[in-house]
Each structure stands twice: as structure tokens, then as C-alpha cells.
Design a binder for this molecule. Structure first.
Ligand SMILES: Nc1nc2c(ncn2[C@@H]2O[C@H](COP(=O)(O)OP(=O)(O)OP(=O)(O)O)[C@@H](O)[C@H]2O)c(=O)[nH]1
Ligand SMILES: [Mg+2]
Length: 303
């Protein structure tokens, strides 16, 4: 994750520092160095708009600044990069503690997971059930994906491995009814959390969007989480817009961040979502769900 970006940043920091160590940087000199940096960022899949945000933010901090001859130019430039990117990455921070919120809310706390096909909804639910268990909370997982062959079995297998209750439904049965069954089970058995899995749907499919709307209407979740794949690039933003307009999106989990070797795609998604990011999926194991934290990501990019 971020391997290529890390190289790109390190090179750019070196270039800027070289000039800054002898004199202050003019706007023209900044642009000369940035143009090369821009190309590398684009090659690492950073979206054009995001590159422009980075350009502006860095220019504000570097152009016309003179650094004290006692300070280390590379260290100075590095801290400017860190600060600029942190501001952009902090746009994605969830201002709260989901686990604490679940603990203090009336039982059961209901979460509906949605997203387009194959983004990692079912896997993320299993990871989330694992996380809840590690925090002393029990959960029931509900397979409201009654559509894709094998979807029920996939979630049921996870539930067995994790030791959590599974609620499913017959093939092609009403997903909203299955979700409701899950909530009823949780109420009767004093379960803390209900995790509702839904079928993958293209955001443009009206019937399937209506179906997830119905699930939401029937179970009235505390939270609606949209799952996004880090490799999706620009379309991730469209997905958020669609799901938000149709169903409402409270927060996002970005999966497969580990598979974005260059790092620019994940970075661009994070910076342009306009929705809080709860977690990043960073692998296929249950433990591979990392709380979204801008500092941690920046350290991966710069250290
Ligand atoms: N490397 C990596 N793979 C992941 C991650 N999350 C999910 N996957 C993989 O992505 C693939 C699809 O995951 P699913 O959980 O089945 O996706 P889904 O959204 O439920 O798919 P549908 O129900 O068919 O729409 C699987 O092979 C997962 O192992 C992640 O964070 N990192
Ligand atoms: Mg699934």
C-alpha cells in the first residue's frame, strides 16, 4: 500500500529541499519542480483534481518562504507535505468512535452494508463481526443477499468460523423480510448488533436500488455503510453520490487498500468522498480492517 507514492513523495521532497537550502523558492521554480512531480503523481493513479489540490496547498506553504539556515530543508519540506496532505486526508475522518456509539445505543444496533458487485461487502461484514467480538459485543449476521447463488453459504461459512448467529432466507425471497427476521432474532436474544449483508447492485439498477431502499425502510438501521473498492478510482465518487441520493450513506469502508500498490487510487478516493471513512480493508483475513486514521496513513507514505 502506497509503495509507489512513497517513492514519488520522497523524490519530490528531495528536489524542493535542494533549492530551498540555497534560497527562497519563486513561483516559477516551484512550478518547474512541481510539473515533474505532477506527472509522477498522475502515473501513480492520483486523480487530476487531487493533484491540483496538492499543488495549491504546497505552493501556499513553500513559495516565497525562506527557511532558517539552522533548520534542515528536507525536514522542513517533509513537514509541509505532511501538513498539506493531512488537511486533505482529514476530510475523511469519522468524528466519533463507532464501537463506543454501539455500546451506548439501545440494543440492537443495526447496520446495513451496501455497495456495487464484488467490492467486499460480505468479507467486510465478517471482519466487522470479528471486530465486534474482540470488543466484547455479540452480533448476528443476516444474509439479505437472496439473489446471488452462493451468497447465503458464503456468509454462513463466515458465521460458523466466527461463532456468530446466521440468519438467512430462501433464494429469491424478499431481502427486507430476511433483514427483519435478523432484527427480530436480535431483539429476542438480546444481541448487541445486527449486520445486514445486501446483494451487490450497480447503482444504476433501479429495481435493485428500490430493494435496498425497502430493506432500509423496514429495519431502520442506525447506520448505512457503503462499501467501496479502493481500486475503483473515480467511479467510487459516483457510487457515493448515487447511493447517497437513493438510500443515504452515513459512512464508508474502503476495501482492498492493500491491493492498490501504487496508492494513488485509494488516496484520491479518500480525498474526494465527502463522507466519513470508518475503516480500510487491508487484506483478506478477519484482522485486516484498519481504523481510518490520517496520521497512520501519512506515516506509511513518509517514513
Ligand atoms: N486484498 C483484499 N481483498 C479483499 C478485501 N475485501 C474483500 N476482498 C476480496 O474481494 C472479493 C469479493 O469480496 P466479497 O466480500 O465477496 O464482495 P461482495 O461485495 O460481498 O460481493 P457480491 O456479494 O458478489 O456483490 C473476495 O475475494 C474477497 O476476499 C480487502 O480488504 N483486501
Ligand atoms: Mg456479498
Amino acid at each position: 500500500m502506497f509503495r509507489r507514492l512513497k517513492q514519488v513523495f520522497s523524490e519530490a521532497i528531495g528536489k524542493f529541499a535542494e533549492t530551498l537550502s540555497t534560497k527562497e523558492l519563486s513561483h516559477r521554480e516551484f512550478e518547474e519542480i512541481f510539473q515533474e512531480f505532477e506527472l509522477s503523481l498522475l502515473e501513480a493513479d492520483v486523480a487530476y483534481d487531487i493533484v491540483q489540490l496538492v499543488r495549491k496547498s504546497l505552493a501556499d506553504e513553500i513559495v516565497g518562504k525562506r527557511i532558517s539556515r539552522f533548520s534542515d530543508p528536507a525536514e522542513y519540506v517533509r513537514s509541509v507535505f505532511f501538513k498539506s496532505l493531512k488537511e486533505l486526508l482529514d476530510r475523511g475522518v469519522y468524528r466519533g468512535d463507532i464501537i463506543a456509539e454501539i455500546k451506548s445505543a439501545p440494543k440492537p444496533y443495526v447496520i446495513v452494508f451496501m455497495g456495487v458487485n464484488g467490492v467486499g461487502k460480505t468479507t467486510t461484514i465478517a471482519k466487522f463481526a470479528y471486530l465486534l467480538r474482540s470488543n466484547g459485543l455479540n452480533s448476528v449476521v443476516v444474509a439479505s443477499d437472496t439473489f446471488r447463488a452462493g451468497a447465503q453459504e458464503q456468509l454462513e461459512l463466515h458465521s460458523k468460523r466466527l461463532g456468530v448467529t446466521f440468519i438467512g432466507g430462501k433464494y429469491r425471497s424478499d431481502p427486507a423480510a430476511v433483514a427483519k427476521d435478523g432484527v427480530i432474532h436480535a431483539v429476542r436474544n438480546n444481541v448487541d448488533v445486527v449486520l445486514v449483508d445486501t446483494a451487490g447492485r450497480m447503482h444504476t439498477d433501479v429495481d435493485l436500488m428500490n430493494e435496498v431502499k425497502k430493506v432500509v425502510r423496514v429495519v431502520r438501521p442506525n447506520m448505512k455503510i457503503l462499501i467501496l473498492d479502493a481500486l475503483t478510482g473515480n467511479d467510487a465518487v459516483n457510487q457515493v453520490t448515487w447511493f447517497d441520493g437513493q438510500v443515504g450513506v452515513d459512512a464508508v469502508i474502503l476495501t482492498k487498500a492493500d491491493a492498490d500498490v501504487k496508492g494513488g487510487s485509494a488516496l484520491s478516493i479518500i480525498m474526494s468522498l465527502g463522507k466519513p471513512i470508518l475503516y480500510l480493508g487491508v487484506g483478506q483475513r478477519y484482522e485486516d480492517l484498519m481504523p481510518y486514521n490520517s496520521e497512520v496513513l501519512l506515516r506509511r507514505m513518509f517514513d
